[in-house]
Design a protein around this ligand. Sequence first.
Ligand SMILES: Cc1cc2nc3c(=O)[nH]c(=O)nc-3n(C[C@H](O)[C@H](O)[C@H](O)COP(=O)(O)O)c2cc1C
Length: 163
Amino acid sequence: MATVKIVYGSTTGATEAAAQQLAALLGAEAIPVAAADAGSFEADLLLLGSSTWGYGELQDDWASGIALLDAVDLTGRKVAVFGTGDSVGFADTFANALGILADKAVERGATLVGQVPADGYAAKDSLAVRDGRFVGLALDDTNEAEQTPGRLAAWAEQLRAAL
Ligand SMILES: Cc1cc2nc3c(=O)[nH]c(=O)nc-3n(C[C@H](O)[C@H](O)[C@H](O)COP(=O)(O)O)c2cc1C
């Protein structure tokens, strides 16, 4: 059976909740990035999650995670990224962290899967939007919490098809 792992960083619990729901939907292991080691990134499908903080930056715990990723070869691995943000309060940097994680994964040799059309989102001016698509699953529990369960379920289906 294909292994799926989720490594995530979350300050107030929103991305953690998403990670746990994805873990249940995909039969995956969810690992807080602060507790990750190099082996945490070894999977057939690897999900990387981060909320966006500061002004368009990765969640703090990812500082150690990026150092780990810099030493990991993701060649031939499928990687998908997800995270929560605030598309009203931070319209220009909404879910930027997804873009940062996606770029890092590709730099380490991964194939990115799980891109999502930006049509359903108000904020499209983000580092995480490329050619009209978010590089992964952007969630906004601040303004669009009612959409989160449906977005998670649809994305899990999309990822299952990519496996
Ligand atoms: C000081 C501060 C800065 C933030 N900066 C951004 C940002 O640049 N882009 C964004 O999309 N969300 C931003 N947010 C919103 C958070 O990403 C959002 O609340 C998220 O759900 C937190 O997820 P977490 O609980 O998993 O850390 C910011 C929130 C705060 C309080």
